[in-house]
Design a protein around this ligand. Structure first.
Ligand code: ZN
Length: 419
């Protein structure tokens, strides 16, 4: 059955300006028209027409950096026994979908349980977002591996690094995550320090490429960033000290490397009042937040492609509040529309999934969200559960408010409550 959504304000995720009085038509979960009502020929027959009374429609948001295994624990201790961890991952995945995040890229899962959760969602056992998965975070021998026991895959030397990539591919990884420098959220981690040697980085990227998998690099320090870009990675996660070398920023533009700045985690920690955040976590974030913002601004102004990644799961950074990252990117210098595109069209590009999703255009999957308020007046609307009316994935309603008046035929088998 064709579904026609009309009388709406369309923000299509490509960066094009808002279109008033627009129509979106879908068939079998795909969009076949998205544009002004004046260009729409109302077809005879079986379509179901829904009047959205001037509400705002956007692509379902894409969060390019999450940790489904974390729930915002103040001390960043994600651990749970296996059965509980699988349910925690599912519950967190559903919180994303219920908040309008229809796609997540998990860059550090837990004991491969996220692959099982994804299979259950794909089979239709549970409602959940699309999941682009990295499996484990591949790292040199360091303390983070003891802190995040189910998340890390320690690999030292070229042979081990290749084996670690093969393991992630075996489990079904869509992307490989490489820990290029030290971390902020590991007590003894030195964010500026380069971890892998150049031959290990090159081997990792080459091995991933053999299987057609892109590489996401966790990196703060400029030396590590420079070397990993040279090795051929696809996305830079965090990029805190990028500002220290404009020539590296130039390389990112030239090679099409995306920056995923993850500002929200720092703000959630720094702005927390009366929390039980350990002092070392507070201090390390206070020390680096200004640098992260400065690096994003410089990269954006130089023309680096930006994708939205909230790093939800980290301390006080809760699943479902992801969209505030869009607001923080705007505060750091992005235009409103560019910040929105970072969470839609550009995020899809950063995953390599843009040929079939991420924007509201003909041929793309009908993943979309409907808001009562205009996000282009205040981007915090994107995280406002009262404004969010419903969420569609593959053309079916997968989350809505209680008492929604949408026709029952539009609802998927499992429907979550927005919020
Ligand atoms: Zn992360």
């Amino acid at each position: 059955m064709d579904i026609v959504l009309k009388n709406l304000n369309l923000i299509d995720g490509t960066g094009r300006e808002l279109v008033e009085d627009a129509v979106i038509a879908t068939s079998a979960g795909k969009i076949y028209y998205a544009g002004p009502a004046s260009g729409w020929n109302e077809a005879e027959g079986e379509s179901m027409v829904i009047d959205l009374h001037g509400q705002y429609i956007l692509p379902g948001l894409i969060d390019a950096h999450v940790h489904l295994s974390g729930s915002g624990e103040a001390d960043s201790q994600f651990y749970a026994p296996t059965g509980q961890m699988a349910l925690k991952i599912l519950s967190n995945a559903q919180k994303n979908l219920a908040a309008g995040i229809t796609t997540v890229r998990d860059l550090g899962g837990w004991s491969e349980l996220e692959f099982d959760v994804r299979r259950s969602i794909q089979r239709g056992d549970f409602a959940g977002p699309r999941m682009c998965l990295a499996g484990r975070f591949i790292s040199i021998t360091e303390a983070g591996a003891d802190y995040y026991v189910g998340m890390y895959r320690v690999a030292d030397g070229v042979d081990e690094v290749c084996k670690a990539v093969r393991e992630q591919v075996k489990h079904g990884a869509d992307v490989i995550k490489m820990g290029v420098t030290g971390a902020v959220l590991v007590e003894s981690g030195v964010p500026g320090a380069t971890h892998f040697n150049v031959d290990e980085m090159q081997a990792l990227v080459d091995e991933a490429r053999k299987f057609g998998k892109p590489v996401a690099m966790h990196a703060h320090g400029i030396d590590g960033i420079r070397k990993a870009i040279e090795a051929g990675v696809n996305t830079l996660e965090h990029g805190t000290y990028l500002y220290q070398d404009p020539s590296v920023i130039g390389q990112m533009v030239e090679r099409g490397v995306f920056l995923v700045p993850t500002l929200k985690v720092g703000w959630d920690i720094i702005l927390a009042e009366n929390s039980n955040i350990p002092e070392w976590i507070m201090q390390k974030n206070k020390d680096s937040q200004g640098d992260a913002e400065r690096s994003l601004k410089m990269a954006y102004e130089a023309g680096v492609s930006i994708a939205m990644g909230s790093d939800v799961g980290t301390p006080l950074n809760y699943h479902g509040e992801n969209a505030l990252e869009v607001y923080w990117m705007q505060q750091a210098g992005l235009s409103m529309m560019d910040a929105l595109v970072a969470a839609t069209g550009n995020a899809a590009k950063s995953l390599g999934w843009d040929s079939w999703m991420g924007t509201l255009e003909p041929g793309k999957v009908a993943d979309l969200i409907v808001h009562e308020k205009n996000p282009l007046e205040d981007l915090r609307v994107l995280a406002d559960k009262a404004s969010l009316q419903f969420v569609m994935k593959d053309g079916m309603v997968v989350a809505s408010h209680a008492g929604s008046e949408l026709p029952k035929e539009l609802f998927a088998k499992q429907v979550l409550r927005v919020g």
